[in-house]
Design a protein around this ligand. Structure first.
Ligand code: UFG
Length: 321
């Protein structure tokens, strides 16, 4: 049993990690400023409201709970916003993480599992993407995450950076799920159409060099992500070396296939509109997850159909009539 500080634990992936920590017998303490998180997603331990840039508050929380490790999710994560407001993203994500690393060093907390992203790779030269691919982000959001990975490598901490591909789905037991104030992600938007909250889904580009012309992504169930965090924590506790791991299924699903899956799951026609390509979208992002399988004994358990079905159950409960 370990006490674990979970920054951003009131958010989508962070809340699922708290549930997985509890199932593994750990005690989570959530540190979240609730700027984008939700109080009602904090169910497996106390919520300490605070900002990463508030050094006094962070010191007080670390002194009170004396965690053995930190799971660090807290970040701004909307790619489009990061293009419009790069400085806000830098300050919140990079400076916030540097402040957290500094506070951990002051309090003798030695281990961090960091929530990183496929966005650190930019447009990949080779598929599937392996962890040794160059870090070449093409938007400020990805740049902030790459910079934090570099800061961890330069720190005295033992760390694991988990580079998620497209996080999707919701807790299979329906307790928690995805809820962003500004929704930009494909699966939630498609389900909003099925709920009648939007008239149609706009498909951004149907002329890519892919089997059906729409972009291909590697969607990974949020509970599989959560499970990988618990395993990464155990690995560091056992003396594992620091470094990054890709987290994805290793299988690609196109935008059109996501829409088709959602039609089957929801029974709704889900009208489609074809729009121009969204700037900055790589045609295909699919990872090699061999390193995570080997080092963490991890394997993804939920395919894209299950991700859409679990997300649908959550969306119907949260937003449905
Ligand atoms: N898409 C649409 N219509 C929409 C929304 C999305 O066609 O209304 C398409 C996008 O063009 C893309 C795919 O659906 O091809 C997936 O888009 P998302 O916005 O759901 O996810 P991204 O692949 O853009 O982004 C994800 C994470 C980011 C991370 C990025 C890494 O959400 O945090 O992968 O490249 F930075």
């Amino acid at each position: 049993m370990a006490v674990v500080l979970v920054t951003g634990g009131a958010g989508y992936v962070g809340s699922h990690a708290c549930k997985a920590l509890a199932a593994a017998g750990h005690r989570s303490v959530v540190y979240d400023n609730l700027a984008t998180g939700h109080r009602d997603l904090v169910r497996w331990g106390p919520l300490e409201q605070g900002d990463l840039l508030d050094a006094d508050r962070l010191d007080a929380v670390l002194a009170a709970h004396r965690p053995e490790a930190v799971l660090h999710f807290a970040a701004l994560s909307v790619v489009g916003d990061s293009v419009r407001e790069p400085e806000r993203y830098r300050r919140n994500n990079v400076e916030g993480s540097l402040a957290l690393i500094g506070a951990m060093e002051r309090h003798g907390v030695r281990r961090m599992i960091f929530s990183s992203t496929a966005a650190v790779y930019g447009i990949p030269q080779r598929l599937p993407i392996t962890e040794d691919a160059p870090l070449a982000p093409i938007n400020p959001y990805g740049e902030t995450k790459a910079e934090i990975e570099r800061a961890l490598a330069a720190s005295g901490l033992a760390w694991t950076a988990l580079r998620y591909f497209n996080a999707a789905g919701a807790d299979p037991e329906g307790e928690i799920g995805e809820h962003h104030q500004t929704e930009t992600h494909l699966i939630p938007i498609v389900l909003h159409v099925a709920l009648g909250l939007r008239p149609a889904i706009a498909i951004f580009g149907d002329d890519y060099d892919t089997p059906d012309g729409t972009c291909v992504r590697d969607y990974i169930h949020v509970s599989d992500l959560a499970d990988a965090h618990v395993r990464a924590l155990a690995r560091l506790e056992g003396g594992g070396t620091s470094g990054p791991f890709n987290l994805g299924t290793g299988r690609g699903t196109s935008v059109q296939e996501v829409v088709d899956l959602a039609r089957t799951v929801t029974g709704h026609a889900i009208p489609v509109e074809h729009e121009p390509r969204r700037p900055g979208d790589p045609p295909v992002l699919v990872c090699s997850n061999e390193a995570a399988r080997a080092a963490l004994g991890w394997q993804p358990r939920h395919d894209a159909a299950t991700q859409v079905a679990d997300a649908w159950r959550w969306h119907r409960r949260r937003f449905g009539a």
